[in-house]
Design a protein around this ligand. Structure first.
Ligand SMILES: Cc1ncc(COP(=O)(O)O)c(C=O)c1O
Length: 450
């Protein structure tokens, strides 16, 4: 029997989030956790399969509300991570009430039936989607919705190849990691899907085409080159804005990709699972680019942080698989999930969260730029809406800053090893955002002085 080797080398596993093997994490636990938390963590570690990015966990929660998490020792933590489900904050009363109403009346809707929640949600989403993105399929998670998109692209084009980006994340299943580009997920699991070609992403600071930090869309032109050489690519799959380290391509990037796909008969599939519904200041992140993809996948916050919900939205002419099973997931038209999602969109509209993301995000980015001028440890800051990134000089520093901030009640994700990603709920008050940024500012200053 082949034995799987675990690795304690965290340096080459930087990716989707902070890995849970850091020695600093162990020290944090020793300093901050009491016996009750230790007991629950020990039980967690005993029962759950261990895996990077979750078990062993580092703390245990008792409640979540608005921008706050509370651990079982009563420590309050601002959640700027939220696994990207928290656009409307945790447990928004409107969302919870809608989910409860559905639970009381129609807790489950077997797939051969439809229900009003699902139909209203479908109509609502496609009415907001630009262009002819007017057909939809729900799924119980983003990964599954990506899988549906890949299948539909194969069926619609009669081709099977994809072109996607190194360092991208599209979910954890075998098909999703085949188009994804992160070693943490791909390494050591055997053969992945055939025909999944990868190209360098738009990442100006590490540009393979030498753009020197200011993207000139040569990376997109290279996609066109690959499409021309391969000739039979079904789809180009890309995260509109890569959320692990907040890479925001310029408009020329998407203009070039769209043109290249059209020329070569490939579909353009955008993954907006963690950044949909207002995170970047628009309902769909691609709206800022003035292009319409052939398919867009949304998820995470769609379920309002209370129910797993995702959706594939496709252009009408791609409705070509009536005789196949594209999704076929048990909770495909979940009445509870759809009620929660409808309520979530209502909150985004009634509380003006798109404008809020733009206004608060713009101010926060200004502040990060000022921090960068003062703190040499910051090599770059980026942002769009309330999706903000601080790129630090090295992963060691990012790890230090993470645990320092956690000790002061602020949680966020570290992406690609050295990038602090700040994604507060869009309902956050300015005063709370300011105090979170002050914590980050002080802790970067302190950590880099050590
Ligand atoms: C860009 C992106 N795509 C796909 C997924 C997978 O979504 P899910 O975890 O809901 O399966 C994620 C999750 O983090 C993501 O960030």
């Amino acid at each position: 029997m082949t034995r799987h080797r675990t690795t304690n080398n965290t340096s080459d596993l930087s990716s989707e989030g902070d890995v849970n093997l850091s020695p600093r994490r162990k020290r944090w636990e020793a300093e901050h956790l009491g016996p009750e938390t230790r007991a629950i963590l020990a039980e967690d570690a005993k029962h759950f399969l261990h895996q990077s990015l979750s078990t062993p966990c580092f703390n245990a929660l008792r409640s979540a509300s608005g921008i706050w998490l509370e651990d079982i020792e009563g420590r309050r933590i601002m959640d700027f991570h939220g696994n990207s489900v928290h656009q409307v904050g945790h447990g928004h009363p409107h969302v919870v009430a809608a989910a409860k109403r559905a639970l009381d009346t129609l807790p489950f809707s077997p797939r051969r039936f439809t229900n009003e929640y699902a139909v209203r949600l479908a109509a609502k989403i496609v009415s907001q989607a630009p262009g002819d993105l007017d057909k939809i399929l729900f799924a119980p998670g983003g990964t599954e919705a990506i899988g549906i998109a890949l299948k539909l692209a194969r069926i619609a084009t009669g081709r099977h190849k994809t072109v996607s980006m190194w360092d991208a994340f599209h979910g954890a299943s075998l098909d999703a990691i085949s188009v994804g580009g992160e070693a943490l997920f791909r390494r050591g699991v055997g053969p992945l899907l055939p025909g999944t070609e990868h190209v360098p992403p738009c990442d100006p600071r590490a540009c393979r085409f030498g753009c020197g930090g200011s993207c000139d869309a040569r990376c997109a032109e290279y996609v066109e080159y690959v499409l021309g050489k391969e000739e039979d690519v079904a789809a180009v799959v890309v995260e509109t804005v890569r959320s692990t380290d907040v890479q925001v391509p310029p408009p020329a990037y998407y203009e070039t990709l769209r043109r290249a796909c059209d020329r070569h008969g490939a579909l353009l599939i955008l993954d907006e699972i963690p950044i949909c519904l207002g995170r970047t200041g628009t309902m769909f992140a691609f709206e800022r680019y003035g292009i319409v993809p052939d398919m867009v996948v949304i998820g995470k916050g769609l379920g309002g942080g209370v129910f797993p919900m995702a959706a594939l939205i496709a252009r009408g002419h791609l409705d070509v698989a009536a005789d196949r099973a594209l999704g076929h997931y048990t909770h495909e038209k979940s009445s509870v999930g759809c009620a929660a999602a409808l309520a979530t969109i209502e909150v985004i509209e009634s509380e003006g969260l798109l404008d809020r993301a733009v206004a608060l995000g713009g101010r926060a980015l200004e502040r990060l730029r000022a921090m960068q001028l003062r703190l040499p440890a910051i090599v770059d800051v980026r942002g769009v809406g309330l999706l903000l990134a601080i790129e630090l000089a090295h992963p060691e520093l990012a790890d230090q800053v993470l645990y320092r901030c956690l000790a002061r009640g602020l949680s966020f994700k570290v992406g690609q090893g050295n990038v602090i990603v700040l994604a507060p709920p869009l309902v956050i008050e300015e005063v709370d955002l300011d105090s979170a940024l002050a914590i980050v500012d002080e802790e970067i200053a302190q950590a880099s002085a050590c």
